[in-house]
Design a protein around this ligand. Structure first.
Ligand SMILES: Nc1ncnc2c1ncn2[C@@H]1O[C@H](COP(=O)(O)OP(=O)(O)OP(=O)(O)O)[C@@H](O)[C@H]1O
Ligand SMILES: [Mg+2]
Length: 257
């Protein structure tokens, strides 16, 4: 049985999409079968992966509305599969029926869960119906966060929202941890803020991953030119950091599929 992992944080620009993509590449290189699901109307992930998002294409929107099955919405990429997003996803809320609207993604993905080791959900920077669908469908959530004061305030609010989802709709949801991204290990303030992240998460019984992801322009280059960073320069600091994170992630929760 595959595991559904949501990368979520209502704060914007904390590397949710970048981390989703790096997880997909990294897990693929470790032999796992991966499906990415783009749940953000910005559709950065879909564009980054060269997925088709316009015209008569079935996407996460149709999956959520029940007008397409997961199989119909899946696009096959060389390394992994993707269910892309389309921009109309921004106005899906009034189109969804009131009853059962938070469980649409869970139901839609159930049909393909066994075909993948990991299904990775990239979410939008908000806690609307799309992101709540992701948290209801997920087995685990990873919370990317930068070592900054505003991010810390953001993820504390987010933990509370996850607790609400756990209470109401998904008691089995595990918060795997906070992943510190775009970390600047040379700045004293970054180290202090990373420590603060850990101390505050501990108070919520949430782990902060020991592995922190540093910044590199190479990651922007990989996104502009749409290449797999682990193939082009596996020694790049972000690839190294991300591989350490994947070791930690896989050690802490062996895939049971
Ligand atoms: N490790 C990194 N090194 C360098 N740049 C990075 C790194 N991680 C993310 N970025 C850059 O930071 C910006 C924000 O990243 P990303 O889009 O992944 O965040 P996000 O949380 O998905 O944003 P949003 O909330 O808008 O969906 C992007 O321009 C991305 O290229
Ligand atoms: Mg994003």
């Amino acid at each position: 049985m595959g595991k559904i992992i949501a990368l979520a944080n209502q704060k914007g620009g904390v590397s949710k999409t970048t981390s989703s993509a790096l997880m997909a590449y990294g897990l693929h290189h470790r032999g796992f079968k991966v499906l990415l699901v783009d749940l953000d109307p910005q559709r950065n992930l879909s564009k980054n992966m060269n997925a088709k998002t316009t015209g008569d294409v079935k996407t996460s929107m149709e999956l959520l509305l029940g007008t397409a099955t997961a199989e119909e919405a899946i696009q096959h990429l060389p390394y992994f599969d993707i269910i892309p997003a389309k921009k109309e996803l921004a106005s899906i809320e009034p189109l969804m029926p009131l009853s059962g609207r938070l469980k649409k993604l869970k139901k839609g993905l159930a049909a393909v869960k066994d075909k993948y080791n990991y299904i990775i959900l990239d979410t939008a920077p908000s806690l609307g119906v799309l992101s709540v669908n992701a948290l209801v469908a997920a087995d685990e959530v990873i919370v990317p966060s930068t070592a900054s004061v505003f991010s810390i305030e953001g993820f504390l609010d987010f933990f509370q929202n996850v607790r609400d989802v756990q209470e109401d709709d998904n008691p089995d949801l595990v918060i795997r941890g906070v992943l510190i991204t775009m970390f600047n290990g040379r700045a004293v303030i970054s180290k202090e803020l990373a420590e603060m992240t850990k101390t505050l998460s501990d108070k919520f019984d949430v782990k902060t991953f020991d592995s922190k992801i540093r910044s590199s322009v190479f990651i922007s280059e990989s996104q502009v030119h749409r290449f797999d960073p682990f193939v082009v320069d596996p020694k790049n600091i972000v690839c190294q950091d991300f591989n350490n994170f994947l070791d930690e992630f896989l050690e802490g929760g062996a895939q049971n599929g």
